[in-house]
Design a protein around this ligand. Sequence first.
Ligand SMILES: Cc1cc2nc3c(=O)[nH]c(=O)nc-3n(C[C@H](O)[C@H](O)[C@H](O)COP(=O)(O)OP(=O)(O)OC[C@H]3O[C@@H](n4cnc5c(N)ncnc54)[C@H](O)[C@@H]3O)c2cc1C
Length: 490
Amino acid sequence: MSNNPLPNKERVKLPRQRMPEQDAQVRACNFLEVNTGFTAEQAHEESIRCIECNKPGCVQKCPVSVDVRAVMDFIVKGDYLGAAAKVREDNALPAITGRVCPVEDQCESGCVLGKKGEPLGIAYLERFVADWERSSGQFGLPKSKAATGKKIAIVGSSPAGLACAGDLIQWGHQVHVFEALHELGGVLVYGIPEFRLPKDIVAFEIETLRKRGVVFETNVVVGKTVTIDELMQDEGFDSVFIGTGAGLPRFLNVPGEHFNGIYSANEFLTRVNLMRAYRFPDYDEPLYPCKDRDVVVIGGGNTAMDAVRSALRLGAKSASILYRRTEVEMPARVEEVHHAHDEGVHFEMLVNPVEFLADEKGNLTGARCIRMELGEPDESGRRSPVPIPGSEFVHPAQVAVIAAGTTANPLIQSTTPGLATTKRGYIKANDDTLATSKLGVFAGGDIVTGGATVILAMGAGRKAAKAINEYLLGPAVVAVQLAAESLTTA
Ligand SMILES: Cc1cc2nc3c(=O)[nH]c(=O)nc-3n(C[C@H](O)[C@H](O)[C@H](O)COP(=O)(O)OP(=O)(O)OC[C@H]3O[C@@H](n4cnc5c(N)ncnc54)[C@H](O)[C@@H]3O)c2cc1C
C-alpha cells in the first residue's frame, strides 16, 4: 500500500522542487559545490509528486533499473535510510550518480510527469538519500559471504572497477584493485571537478570498500609495472577485471597545436583537480596561468564544460566554448550548460579552429577559426558541420584546451597476448558476461564501450562481477550458496 497522502490528480499539480545552488556570480569564483542539495522538506515535497505508475518508464530508462517507485515510497514515509538501501540494491554509487547522471536522457526522460510538465527530480532525490545515509553515521557495512579463497585483480579504480570490487568482496572473494595514478577514483577524481562532485564523496565510497576488505594499490600501471599474464601466472590471481576507461586524448591535428598554453582537456583537468591547481596558493599551481587570460575550450561535452568552468574559476578574463555544431547538438548535460551560461561562460557556436597562432616565444596568442553550417546528418545521427569558405577569423586566446574526445589507451591490449580488440582499439567483451577472449579475463566500462557514462560503467562492473563469481565458483556452487542464504534470511 502506498504511503503517499495525496490522490494522483493532486500530485500532478505540484511544482518540481528547485535544487538550491550557490549564486552564479559567487560560485564562478570558487570551487565549492554548485548544487547544495535538497532539504528534508523539499525531498518530501518532491517525492509525493511520484504518481507510482504501474509500468514506470523511469525504471525502464535507468541503465541499472533502480526501483524508483519503491525508493519514493520510502522517502514519502520519511525512511531515508531505507530509501538509500533500496537504491543501493541496484546502484552502488548513488551519491555520485545522483550528482552526475545525464538524467534528461535516462530515468527522468521516462517519467510520465514530463509529458505535460516537469519530470520527477529523481537524481536530486537519489543524491538526497545517499547524502543523508553518509552523514547519518549509520552506514552499515554489508556482511560478506564466507571466504572462497579466490583472488581477483581489478585494474582501474573508477566506477566500473569500484562497482565490480563491491560485489566481489560481498561474495567472499579476495579483491585487489590496481590503479595507475597516485590517487584512487579515476575520472571521478581527476576529471570531474570539485564543484560538481566533491572528492570526499568519492573518498567515502573507496574507504567503505577498504573497510569491507578490498585492497587498493596505487602507482601500478598494469601493462608496464606488471602484465595481466604475470598477475594470473605469477601472482596467483584467479581472474582479472579490466576497467581502464578511455582516457587517451584526441587532438584536432591542426598546425600550432604544440604551442605553450595548449592542453588536452584530460591534462588540464588532471592538473586542476588531481594536482590541486584549484587550491592555489595552498598548492603550487602546476598549470600555465589562466588568470586574466583569454581561455578557449574546444568541444561540447561534459569534459569541455568542466574545463571551461574550471578556467573561469581560475580567474580567466574570458572563458569561451568553441563548438563546431550548435547548442542543440552539444552532448554535455543540460544542467551543466545552464550553469555555465549563468556563470558567464561565452558560447561561440558553429566554429572550428583550423590553426593556432603564437608569439616569437611559442606562447599561444589566438586560434584561427572557420565558421561552420550544419549539413546532412552523419553516422552519429547529428547534422554534420560544414565549413563556410572565406569565413575565417582569429579568436584571441592565451590558453586553449582541446576537449575533442578520448579513445582507448593501447597499453594493456598491446601487452596481453590473446586479448581481442576492436578496430578502434577497445577490448572486445561478451555482451552478457563481459568475458574477453582470454580465459578468466573480463572487461567493462569505457574500455569496452568507448566514452560513456558513470552509471553505464558502474552497471558493467556489476555485470562482470556476477559473471566472474560464476566463472570462479561454477553455477552449481552459486545456486547452493543462494539456497543456503535464503534459508538464513527466511
Ligand atoms: C571530465 C569528464 C567529465 C565527465 N562527466 C560525466 C558526467 O557528468 N556524467 C557521467 O555520467 N559521465 C561523465 N563522464 C564520463 C564518465 O566519467 C566515464 O564514462 C566513466 O568514468 C567511465 O568509467 P570507467 O570505470 O570505465 O573508466 P574511468 O573512469 O576512465 O577509470 C579508469 C581507471 O583506470 C585507471 N587506469 C587506466 N589505465 C590503467 C592501467 N594500465 N593500470 C592501472 N590503472 C589504469 C585510470 O587511472 C582510472 O582510474 C565524464 C568524463 C570526463 C573525462
